[in-house]
Design a protein around this ligand. Structure first.
Ligand SMILES: Cc1cc2nc3c(=O)[nH]c(=O)nc-3n(C[C@H](O)[C@H](O)[C@H](O)COP(=O)(O)OP(=O)(O)OC[C@H]3O[C@@H](n4cnc5c(N)ncnc54)[C@H](O)[C@@H]3O)c2cc1C
Length: 461
């Protein structure tokens, strides 16, 4: 067992810094601007010893300790007021081992920072759609990648997680060491400790066929059912996302999207080797051909590309933004739902259905709490923070109600009051047992994403 004990050295609230200091400002910077990030004191940890010191100081202070890396999910776990905040941004390189096809990633890295380290080895990772999302937070929430239907949820590719527990111990959790903790970490909702390093399996991907096809929104209700019918028999090498985007006329956006409402189909077909590329091209053609024949796209960039291109195809906003979102794992929509859905989503920036299935639906041998999503589609909708967006998100959910599975992908939940349920009661009790064993005093209790009970009329838990 890899276990070390380090004595805390700080006293009082140090190393946490009060508001008005540079340390506090840096540690509380968050991508999600809709939530106040207002802890009593905050600090950035640059080393494992910094984390140990911060955990010790928090335990002595009697204040709860919260963890945030990029703040993409700054609102998921409720208000920070009255807490201490730790931002693990550890120094040190990403260590890639091309022989075992693994990488050891220090906490704090984003996927956009990790990819340049792994791509030169002819490898890539099960990263998500946005390069600015933090690796650790993404992995702990399951991790839905455009490689997912071929290789499964990213959490299943985690070999080990090294973390600092509430009592200051540094442990490595893996299939062999602390296996129950390793199981609970991967999808259990946080509150187990501060992850300082993640070891992940990498993927041998030669190329992707990827891009963005854009149509006027007037064609959406005709095209969407064709896409959905295709998803039923699509091979696992391809993962796609269908969105209705309504973006402001911002500089830097493609002309096809700036200041207009449009239907966008993006994603990727994976070519593991050069020999797979012709088949990958054909798969993309099978998808896009019938859609192009129905309505001419106003933009169509689908083409073979190096795997690094996949981190940028989805056009997630790179800079902090105040947003509200809604999400759910859903079954197949009826063709007649689309016009209603388009109406309900008017004014939202994005209404997305992400294609699941394939390896995302198949559990591996030794996965974590969240090791698969059984639903065919993941719904995620976003708008600017405010009452109007909340109303529209509720209206969209109403249209989707007959298709809600009662389950949610935990990584996409942004607020504690969102309907969410990622596993059943028995599993939940097991997760809570692990949490109690590693954090009996509840130091990290505020960092736990609430797993709400079954939502009335929204399927079985
Ligand atoms: C624009 C955008 C695009 C996205 N795209 C995808 C996607 O394609 N696929 C997908 O699966 N998800 C996606 N997500 C969701 C994303 O994976 C989650 O929001 C994730 O939790 C973000 O992790 P973070 O560390 O960046 O954020 P943070 O808000 O910093 O962290 C979220 C939570 O993770 C935990 N955490 C973070 N770091 C640590 C640590 N070192 N130790 C212990 N706990 C920690 C904490 O509990 C924290 O509350 C997207 C989100 C956004 C906003």
């Amino acid at each position: 067992m890899t276990t070390a004990t380090a004595a805390p050295t700080a006293t009082g609230l140090a190393p946490f810094s009060p508001p008005g200091t540079a340390d506090h400002a840096a540690a509380t910077a968050a991508y999600q601007l809709a939530e106040p990030v207002d802890p009593v004191a905050a600090t950035t940890a640059r080393s494992v010893q910094d984390v140990v010191d911060a955990v010790g100081a928090a335990a002595r202070s009697g204040l709860p300790l919260r963890v945030s890396t990029t703040g993409h999910a700054a609102g998921r776990t409720g208000p920070l007021a009255g807490s201490l905040l730790l931002r693990p941004l550890l120094d040190g390189p990403v260590r890639v081992d091309p022989r075992t096809r693994t990488a050891r990633i220090p906490a704090g890295r984003t996927w956009g920072e990790v990819l340049p380290e792994v791509l030169p080895h002819g490898l890539t990772a099960l990263h998500g759609s946005s390069p600015t999302v933090g690796v650790v937070g993404y992995l702990l929430g399951g991790g839905v990648s455009f490689y997912g239907r071929r290789y499964g949820l990213a959490a299943n590719a985690v070999r080990s997680l090294t973390l600092v527990l509430a009592d200051g111990r540094v442990v490595e959790a893996s299939a062999d060491e602390h296996p129950e903790l390793f199981w609970a970490l991967r999808g259990g909702g946080g509150g187990f400790g501060v992850v300082v390093e993640a070891e992940v399996e990498l993927l041998p991907v030669h190329a992707v066929v990827t891009g963005r096809a854009v149509w006027d929104v007037a064609d959406a209700a005709r095209l969407a059912p064709v896409w959905q019918a295709w998803t039923r028999t699509a091979p696992p090498e391809v993962s796609t996302s269908l969105r209705v985007l309504d973006l402001p006329p911002l500089p830097g956006l493609p002309a096809s999207l700036a200041g207009r409402r449009a239907l966008v189909l993006d994603g990727a077909v994976t070519a593991t080797t050069a020999a797979d590329l012709p088949a990958a091209r054909r798969t993309a053609e099978d998808l896009l051909g019938p859609l192009r024949a129905l309505a001419a796209p106003v933009e169509d960039t689908w083409a073979p590309a190096p795997p690094g291109a996949l981190a940028h195809v989805h056009l997630d906003p790179p800079d902090p933004v105040a947003f509200r979102s809604g999400t759910a794992l859903v079954g197949e929509l009826d063709d007649a739902d689309w016009p209603e859905l388009l109406d309900a989503a008017a004014g939202l920036v994005s209404l997305e259905l992400r294609q699941l299935g394939g390896a995302i639906a198949r559990p591996p041998n030794a996965g974590g709490v969240v090791d698969r999503f059984a639903a065919p589609l993941l719904h995620y909708a976003v708008g600017p923070a405010g009452a109007a967006t909340s109303e529209r998100l509720a209206a969209v959910r109403e249209v989707l109600r007959p298709h809600l599975t009662g389950r949610t992908a935990p990584g996409f939940v942004d607020r504690p009051d969102q309907p969410q349920r990622s596993y059943d009661d028995e599993t939940r009790a097991r997760v809570e047992g692990v949490r109690l064993a590693v954090d009996p005093g509840g130091l990290f209790a505020g960092d736990v994403a609430v797993v709400r009970d079954r939502v009335r009329g929204e399927g079985r838990g």
